[in-house]
Design a protein around this ligand. Sequence first.
Ligand SMILES: C[S@@+](CC[C@H](N)C(=O)[O-])C[C@H]1O[C@@H](n2cnc3c(N)ncnc32)[C@H](O)[C@@H]1O
Length: 327
Amino acid sequence: MAVPCVRVPTDRGEETRQALAARDLLDRRYEITAADESLYMPVTDPDAVPAEYEVVDRDVPARETQTTPADILGFSPSYERLGDIVILDEDDSSRARTVADAVVASDLRATTVVNRASKVSGELRVREWEVLIGESTETVHREYGHEFALDIAAVYFSPRLATERHRVIEQVEAGERALDMFAGVGPFAVPMAARGAEVVACDLNPVAVDYLRENARRNGVDDRVTAVEGDVRDLTDDYAGWADRLVMNLPHTAGEFLDTAVELAGEECVLHYYDIQHEDDPFGPGARAIREAAEPAYEVAVETERVVRSYAPHEHNVCLDVRLTER
Ligand SMILES: C[S@@+](CC[C@H](N)C(=O)[O-])C[C@H]1O[C@@H](n2cnc3c(N)ncnc32)[C@H](O)[C@@H]1O
Protein backbone atom coordinates (compact mmCIF):
# COMPACT_ATOMS: atom_id res chain seq x y z
CA MET A 1 0.00 0.00 0.00
CA ALA A 2 1.35 3.48 -0.87
CA VAL A 3 1.93 5.63 2.21
CA PRO A 4 3.75 8.96 2.62
CA CYS A 5 7.42 8.36 3.46
CA VAL A 6 10.44 10.54 4.13
CA ARG A 7 13.22 9.50 1.72
CA VAL A 8 16.81 10.00 3.00
CA PRO A 9 20.22 8.64 2.02
CA THR A 10 21.01 5.52 4.06
CA ASP A 11 23.87 7.23 5.93
CA ARG A 12 21.40 9.82 7.34
CA GLY A 13 18.97 7.11 8.45
CA GLU A 14 19.45 7.04 12.22
CA GLU A 15 19.59 10.80 12.69
CA THR A 16 16.45 11.24 10.54
CA ARG A 17 14.56 8.48 12.31
CA GLN A 18 15.27 10.05 15.71
CA ALA A 19 14.26 13.51 14.44
CA LEU A 20 10.96 12.17 13.09
CA ALA A 21 10.32 10.09 16.22
CA ALA A 22 10.96 13.11 18.47
CA ARG A 23 8.17 14.93 16.57
CA ASP A 24 5.98 11.82 16.86
CA LEU A 25 5.80 11.65 13.05
CA LEU A 26 6.92 8.06 12.44
CA ASP A 27 4.02 5.88 11.32
CA ARG A 28 4.83 2.72 13.25
CA ARG A 29 2.18 0.67 11.50
CA TYR A 30 4.57 0.29 8.53
CA GLU A 31 8.14 -0.93 8.08
CA ILE A 32 11.03 1.36 7.27
CA THR A 33 12.39 0.01 3.96
CA ALA A 34 15.66 0.40 2.06
CA ALA A 35 16.17 0.65 -1.74
CA ASP A 36 18.71 2.30 -4.04
CA GLU A 37 20.87 3.61 -1.16
CA SER A 38 17.82 5.38 0.34
CA LEU A 39 15.64 4.71 3.34
CA TYR A 40 11.87 5.22 3.23
CA MET A 41 10.39 6.16 6.60
CA PRO A 42 6.58 6.11 6.79
CA VAL A 43 5.16 9.27 8.39
CA THR A 44 1.80 9.95 10.01
CA ASP A 45 1.38 13.55 8.78
CA PRO A 46 3.33 14.54 5.64
CA ASP A 47 2.35 18.21 6.08
CA ALA A 48 4.06 18.34 9.47
CA VAL A 49 7.39 16.99 8.16
CA PRO A 50 10.07 19.73 8.24
CA ALA A 51 10.83 21.21 4.79
CA GLU A 52 14.42 19.86 4.84
CA TYR A 53 13.06 16.32 4.22
CA GLU A 54 11.73 14.93 0.95
CA VAL A 55 8.32 13.22 1.22
CA VAL A 56 7.29 10.63 -1.41
CA ASP A 57 4.48 8.07 -1.68
CA ARG A 58 5.81 4.52 -1.58
CA ASP A 59 4.56 0.96 -1.18
CA VAL A 60 5.86 -0.31 2.18
CA PRO A 61 4.88 -3.46 4.09
CA ALA A 62 2.79 -3.32 7.26
CA ARG A 63 4.81 -4.03 10.41
CA GLU A 64 4.39 -7.27 12.24
CA THR A 65 6.59 -6.64 15.26
CA GLN A 66 7.17 -3.76 17.67
CA THR A 67 10.60 -2.11 17.87
CA THR A 68 11.92 -2.02 21.43
CA PRO A 69 14.70 0.22 22.79
CA ALA A 70 16.85 -2.95 22.95
CA ASP A 71 16.38 -3.50 19.18
CA ILE A 72 17.79 -0.03 18.55
CA LEU A 73 20.54 -0.06 21.17
CA GLY A 74 21.81 -3.63 20.84
CA PHE A 75 21.57 -4.03 24.65
CA SER A 76 18.62 -4.21 27.04
CA PRO A 77 18.34 -1.07 29.14
CA SER A 78 16.46 -1.20 32.42
CA TYR A 79 13.33 0.95 32.42
CA GLU A 80 9.85 1.14 33.95
CA ARG A 81 6.64 2.57 32.59
CA LEU A 82 4.44 4.85 34.61
CA GLY A 83 1.55 6.04 32.44
CA ASP A 84 3.17 7.75 29.46
CA ILE A 85 6.42 8.36 31.37
CA VAL A 86 9.39 6.02 30.91
CA ILE A 87 11.69 5.89 33.92
CA LEU A 88 15.38 5.04 33.46
CA ASP A 89 17.87 4.01 36.10
CA GLU A 90 21.20 5.03 34.59
CA ASP A 91 24.28 6.22 36.53
CA ASP A 92 25.97 7.68 33.47
CA SER A 93 24.16 10.72 32.04
CA SER A 94 25.38 10.33 28.46
CA ARG A 95 24.24 6.71 28.43
CA ALA A 96 20.90 7.91 29.88
CA ARG A 97 20.53 10.30 26.90
CA THR A 98 21.31 7.50 24.43
CA VAL A 99 18.72 5.24 26.05
CA ALA A 100 16.16 8.09 26.12
CA ASP A 101 16.65 8.67 22.37
CA ALA A 102 16.15 4.95 21.74
CA VAL A 103 12.96 4.99 23.83
CA VAL A 104 11.62 7.82 21.64
CA ALA A 105 12.62 6.02 18.44
CA SER A 106 11.04 2.76 19.64
CA ASP A 107 7.36 1.82 19.77
CA LEU A 108 7.00 2.58 23.50
CA ARG A 109 5.06 5.80 22.86
CA ALA A 110 6.48 7.74 25.79
CA THR A 111 5.82 11.48 26.07
CA THR A 112 8.34 11.95 28.88
CA VAL A 113 11.57 10.10 29.66
CA VAL A 114 13.22 10.69 33.03
CA ASN A 115 16.26 9.32 34.81
CA ARG A 116 16.47 8.77 38.57
CA ALA A 117 18.51 11.68 39.96
CA SER A 118 18.33 10.87 43.68
CA LYS A 119 17.16 8.22 46.09
CA VAL A 120 13.66 8.39 47.54
CA SER A 121 14.17 10.60 50.57
CA GLY A 122 12.64 12.70 53.32
CA GLU A 123 9.37 12.27 55.18
CA LEU A 124 7.36 12.54 51.96
CA ARG A 125 9.45 9.82 50.25
CA VAL A 126 9.86 11.85 47.04
CA ARG A 127 12.67 11.47 44.49
CA GLU A 128 14.43 13.97 42.19
CA TRP A 129 14.40 13.34 38.44
CA GLU A 130 16.42 14.41 35.44
CA VAL A 131 13.90 15.06 32.66
CA LEU A 132 15.52 13.88 29.41
CA ILE A 133 12.61 14.02 26.97
CA GLY A 134 9.38 16.02 27.27
CA GLU A 135 8.42 18.38 30.07
CA SER A 136 5.60 17.13 32.23
CA THR A 137 6.24 14.80 35.13
CA GLU A 138 2.49 14.39 35.64
CA THR A 139 0.77 11.33 34.20
CA VAL A 140 -2.14 8.93 34.59
CA HIS A 141 -1.07 5.39 35.43
CA ARG A 142 -3.33 2.33 35.16
CA GLU A 143 -3.02 -0.49 37.67
CA TYR A 144 -5.38 -3.49 37.84
CA GLY A 145 -8.23 -1.56 36.21
CA HIS A 146 -7.90 1.66 38.21
CA GLU A 147 -6.50 5.02 37.10
CA PHE A 148 -4.08 7.03 39.19
CA ALA A 149 -3.18 10.62 38.31
CA LEU A 150 0.10 11.67 39.89
CA ASP A 151 3.18 13.85 39.51
CA ILE A 152 6.34 11.80 40.05
CA ALA A 153 8.23 14.97 41.02
CA ALA A 154 5.83 15.73 43.89
CA VAL A 155 4.61 12.39 45.30
CA TYR A 156 5.75 8.82 45.96
CA PHE A 157 4.57 6.12 43.59
CA SER A 158 6.18 2.82 42.61
CA PRO A 159 4.66 0.70 39.83
CA ARG A 160 6.82 -2.20 41.09
CA LEU A 161 4.46 -2.66 44.03
CA ALA A 162 1.40 -3.36 41.86
CA THR A 163 1.35 -7.14 42.48
CA GLU A 164 1.82 -6.68 46.22
CA ARG A 165 -0.93 -4.07 46.44
CA HIS A 166 -3.23 -6.39 44.52
CA ARG A 167 -2.48 -9.24 46.95
CA VAL A 168 -3.60 -7.07 49.87
CA ILE A 169 -6.59 -5.57 48.07
CA GLU A 170 -7.95 -9.03 47.23
CA GLN A 171 -8.33 -9.72 50.95
CA VAL A 172 -10.71 -6.76 51.42
CA GLU A 173 -14.40 -7.49 51.90
CA ALA A 174 -17.38 -5.23 51.26
CA GLY A 175 -18.46 -3.26 54.31
CA GLU A 176 -15.20 -3.46 56.22
CA ARG A 177 -13.45 -0.37 57.59
CA ALA A 178 -9.98 0.02 56.09
CA LEU A 179 -7.50 2.69 57.12
CA ASP A 180 -4.45 3.44 54.95
CA MET A 181 -2.04 5.24 57.27
CA PHE A 182 0.44 6.32 54.53
CA ALA A 183 -1.82 6.47 51.51
CA GLY A 184 0.09 8.46 48.85
CA VAL A 185 -2.13 9.02 45.79
CA GLY A 186 -4.37 6.10 46.77
CA PRO A 187 -3.15 2.87 45.10
CA PHE A 188 -4.36 0.85 48.14
CA ALA A 189 -7.21 3.15 49.21
CA VAL A 190 -9.03 3.48 45.88
CA PRO A 191 -9.17 -0.25 45.00
CA MET A 192 -10.11 -1.14 48.60
CA ALA A 193 -13.05 1.25 48.29
CA ALA A 194 -13.90 -0.29 44.91
CA ARG A 195 -14.27 -3.65 46.72
CA GLY A 196 -16.87 -2.03 48.96
CA ALA A 197 -14.79 -1.03 51.97
CA GLU A 198 -15.30 2.22 53.84
CA VAL A 199 -11.84 3.78 53.58
CA VAL A 200 -9.98 6.45 55.53
CA ALA A 201 -6.71 7.40 53.83
CA CYS A 202 -4.12 9.73 55.34
CA ASP A 203 -0.96 11.34 54.03
CA LEU A 204 1.37 14.09 55.18
CA ASN A 205 1.99 15.29 51.62
CA PRO A 206 -0.72 17.80 50.57
CA VAL A 207 -0.04 17.19 46.86
CA ALA A 208 -0.50 13.44 47.33
CA VAL A 209 -3.80 14.05 49.15
CA ASP A 210 -5.04 16.29 46.31
CA TYR A 211 -4.29 13.47 43.84
CA LEU A 212 -5.84 10.92 46.20
CA ARG A 213 -9.10 12.91 46.18
CA GLU A 214 -8.94 13.26 42.39
CA ASN A 215 -8.24 9.53 42.02
CA ALA A 216 -11.16 8.58 44.25
CA ARG A 217 -13.38 10.71 41.96
CA ARG A 218 -11.83 9.34 38.75
CA ASN A 219 -12.55 5.80 39.86
CA GLY A 220 -16.05 6.54 41.13
CA VAL A 221 -15.38 5.74 44.81
CA ASP A 222 -15.24 9.23 46.38
CA ASP A 223 -18.36 8.41 48.41
CA ARG A 224 -16.38 5.70 50.25
CA VAL A 225 -12.97 7.40 50.65
CA THR A 226 -12.27 9.98 53.34
CA ALA A 227 -8.91 11.59 52.54
CA VAL A 228 -7.12 13.24 55.45
CA GLU A 229 -4.09 15.49 55.03
CA GLY A 230 -1.69 15.50 57.96
CA ASP A 231 0.27 13.35 60.39
CA VAL A 232 -1.45 10.00 60.89
CA ARG A 233 -0.73 10.24 64.63
CA ASP A 234 -3.45 12.93 64.76
CA LEU A 235 -6.10 10.49 63.47
CA THR A 236 -6.48 8.81 66.85
CA ASP A 237 -8.81 11.63 68.03
CA ASP A 238 -11.44 10.70 65.44
CA TYR A 239 -10.69 7.07 64.56
CA ALA A 240 -9.54 5.31 67.77
CA GLY A 241 -10.78 1.71 67.76
CA TRP A 242 -12.19 2.18 64.21
CA ALA A 243 -10.22 -0.02 61.81
CA ASP A 244 -10.86 -3.60 60.67
CA ARG A 245 -7.79 -3.30 58.44
CA LEU A 246 -4.69 -1.10 58.59
CA VAL A 247 -2.17 -0.60 55.78
CA MET A 248 1.25 0.62 56.92
CA ASN A 249 3.34 1.18 53.80
CA LEU A 250 6.18 3.32 55.15
CA PRO A 251 8.87 0.65 55.25
CA HIS A 252 11.80 2.42 56.93
CA THR A 253 9.90 3.95 59.81
CA ALA A 254 6.58 2.10 60.19
CA GLY A 255 7.80 0.81 63.57
CA GLU A 256 7.54 4.34 64.97
CA PHE A 257 3.82 4.34 64.19
CA LEU A 258 2.84 1.02 65.79
CA ASP A 259 1.43 2.66 68.93
CA THR A 260 -0.82 4.74 66.66
CA ALA A 261 -1.79 1.62 64.70
CA VAL A 262 -2.85 -0.17 67.89
CA GLU A 263 -4.95 2.85 68.92
CA LEU A 264 -6.67 2.87 65.52
CA ALA A 265 -7.32 -0.91 65.53
CA GLY A 266 -10.80 -2.18 66.27
CA GLU A 267 -11.65 -5.33 68.26
CA GLU A 268 -10.32 -7.47 65.43
CA CYS A 269 -7.99 -5.91 62.88
CA VAL A 270 -5.65 -7.12 60.14
CA LEU A 271 -2.43 -5.14 59.88
CA HIS A 272 -0.34 -5.07 56.68
CA TYR A 273 3.05 -4.02 57.97
CA TYR A 274 5.83 -3.17 55.48
CA ASP A 275 9.43 -3.33 56.58
CA ILE A 276 12.99 -3.39 55.23
CA GLN A 277 15.27 -5.88 56.95
CA HIS A 278 18.41 -7.97 56.48
CA GLU A 279 17.88 -11.27 54.66
CA ASP A 280 19.12 -13.20 57.73
CA ASP A 281 16.01 -12.26 59.73
CA PRO A 282 13.56 -10.38 57.48
CA PHE A 283 10.40 -10.89 59.57
CA GLY A 284 11.62 -11.18 63.17
CA PRO A 285 12.16 -7.49 63.97
CA GLY A 286 8.72 -6.50 62.61
CA ALA A 287 6.90 -9.30 64.43
CA ARG A 288 8.66 -8.45 67.71
CA ALA A 289 7.86 -4.72 67.33
CA ILE A 290 4.18 -5.46 66.66
CA ARG A 291 3.96 -7.78 69.69
CA GLU A 292 5.61 -5.17 71.88
CA ALA A 293 3.11 -2.50 70.79
CA ALA A 294 -0.06 -4.64 70.81
CA GLU A 295 0.35 -7.18 73.64
CA PRO A 296 -1.18 -7.84 76.10
CA ALA A 297 -4.27 -5.86 75.01
CA TYR A 298 -4.37 -7.82 71.74
CA GLU A 299 -3.58 -11.38 70.80
CA VAL A 300 -1.10 -11.16 67.88
CA ALA A 301 -1.13 -13.77 65.09
CA VAL A 302 1.28 -13.42 62.16
CA GLU A 303 -0.73 -14.87 59.24
CA THR A 304 1.58 -14.17 56.27
CA GLU A 305 5.28 -13.42 55.92
CA ARG A 306 6.12 -12.26 52.43
CA VAL A 307 9.23 -10.97 50.67
CA VAL A 308 7.91 -8.21 48.40
CA ARG A 309 11.17 -7.48 46.58
CA SER A 310 14.87 -7.20 47.04
CA TYR A 311 15.65 -3.70 48.30
CA ALA A 312 19.47 -3.62 48.39
CA PRO A 313 22.19 -6.28 48.58
CA HIS A 314 21.16 -8.59 51.48
CA GLU A 315 18.16 -6.41 52.35
CA HIS A 316 14.53 -7.24 51.63
CA ASN A 317 11.34 -5.20 51.48
CA VAL A 318 8.88 -7.46 53.32
CA CYS A 319 5.26 -7.49 54.41
CA LEU A 320 3.73 -9.12 57.47
CA ASP A 321 -0.03 -9.67 57.54
CA VAL A 322 -0.88 -9.73 61.23
CA ARG A 323 -4.25 -10.32 62.91
CA LEU A 324 -4.83 -8.38 66.14
CA THR A 325 -7.66 -9.73 68.31
CA GLU A 326 -8.65 -7.83 71.44
CA ARG A 327 -8.46 -10.02 74.56
C1 LIG B 1 6.26 4.79 50.78
S1 LIG B 1 5.02 6.02 50.50
C2 LIG B 1 3.61 4.95 50.21
C3 LIG B 1 2.48 5.58 49.46
C4 LIG B 1 1.39 4.60 48.97
N1 LIG B 1 0.93 3.74 50.04
C5 LIG B 1 1.86 3.79 47.78
O1 LIG B 1 1.88 2.57 47.84
O2 LIG B 1 2.17 4.40 46.73
C6 LIG B 1 4.73 6.60 52.15
C7 LIG B 1 3.82 7.80 52.26
O3 LIG B 1 3.69 8.12 53.66
C8 LIG B 1 3.57 9.53 53.80
N2 LIG B 1 3.92 9.87 55.21
C9 LIG B 1 5.14 9.93 55.78
N3 LIG B 1 5.04 10.23 57.10
C10 LIG B 1 3.70 10.33 57.37
C11 LIG B 1 2.95 10.61 58.53
N4 LIG B 1 3.56 10.85 59.71
N5 LIG B 1 1.60 10.63 58.46
C12 LIG B 1 0.98 10.38 57.27
N6 LIG B 1 1.66 10.12 56.12
C13 LIG B 1 2.99 10.09 56.16
C14 LIG B 1 4.49 10.09 52.73
O4 LIG B 1 4.13 11.41 52.37
C15 LIG B 1 4.31 9.08 51.58
O5 LIG B 1 3.34 9.51 50.67
